[in-house]
Design a protein around this ligand. Structure first.
Ligand code: GDP
Ligand code: MG
Length: 175
C-alpha cells in the first residue's frame, strides 16, 4: 500500500474480462459519473483515480483499465503488479463472456498477489430482456471460488459505486 502526502492510502485495482463487456464504461461511470454513448476512445490513459471515504479516511482508488489487450489475451504482468483488488467483468447478455471468466481468474491468480480481493461483476443488467446468464449462475460461481459478486449497469449506474466501494472496504479491512 502506497502512502501519499494528501491521501491516507492509494489502492490499485484492475479491471479484466473479455472485450466489450463494459470495463471502460464501468470505470467511466465510477470515476466521472459518465456513460459515453458514442463509444470510448482509448487514449493511452493507463488508469483513472477516484477518492472515497472509508472509516473517515481518504482512500484513493487507482483503477487500471486495459487498452484493448484483452482481445489478444496479452495483458502484461505490469498490469497486475501491486493490485490489491480486481473486478472480473462479464456481460449478462453474452454467455461466452461468462464462460471465459475462469480463464481470467486463472490469469489473475497466477499474476497477482494471493491476497488480491476479487469481485465477479455481471454487467449490463439493464438489458434484462436479453439476459443469457442467470443471476444464480453468477452467484454460484462466485461462491464456489470465494469471490464477491454483484450485477451492475454502467448505463443506468446500478451497483457501480457499490461494486468499487465494496472491494475497497474489503481491502481496507483485510490489509
Ligand atoms: P470494454 O471493451 O470491456 O471496455 O467495453 P466498453 O466499456 O467499451 O463497452 C462495450 C460496449 O458495451 C459499448 O457499446 C458500451 O456502450 C456498452 N455497454 C457498456 N456497459 C453497458 C451497460 O451497463 N449497459 C448497456 N446496455 N451497454 C453497456
Ligand atoms: Mg475498454
Amino acid at each position: 500500500v502506497l502512502v501519499s502526502s494528501t491521501m491516507d492510502y492509494v489502492f490499485k485495482l484492475v479491471i479484466i474480462g473479455d472485450s466489450a463487456v463494459g470495463k471502460t464504461q464501468l470505470l467511466s461511470r465510477f470515476s466521472r459519473n459518465e456513460f459515453c454513448n458514442y463509444g470510448l476512445a482509448t487514449v493511452g490513459v493507463e488508469f483513472q483515480t477516484k477518492t472515497i471515504l472509508i472509516d473517515k479516511k481518504l482512500i484513493k482508488a487507482q483503477i487500471w483499465d486495459t487498452a484493448g489487450q484483452e482481445r489478444f489475451r496479452s495483458i502484461t504482468s505490469a498490469y497486475y503488479r501491486g493490485a490489491l483488488g480486481a473486478l472480473i467483468v462479464y456481460d449478462i447478455t453474452k454467455w461466452v463472456s461468462f464462460v471465459q471468466v475462469p480463464r481470467w481468474l486463472e490469469d489473475l491468480r497466477m499474476q497477482a498477489d494471493p491476497s488480491v480481493v476479487i469481485m465477479l461483476v455481471g454487467n449490463k443488467c439493464d438489458l434484462e430482456g436479453l439476459r443469457a446468464v442467470s443471476v444464480e449462475a453468477g452467484r454460484e460461481f462466485a461462491e464456489r471460488e470465494g469471490l464477491l459478486f454483484l450485477e451492475t449497469s454502467a448505463l443506468d449506474a446500478t451497483n457501480v459505486e457499490t461494486a468499487f466501494q465494496t472491494v475497497m472496504e474489503r481491502i481496507y479491512k483485510v490489509g
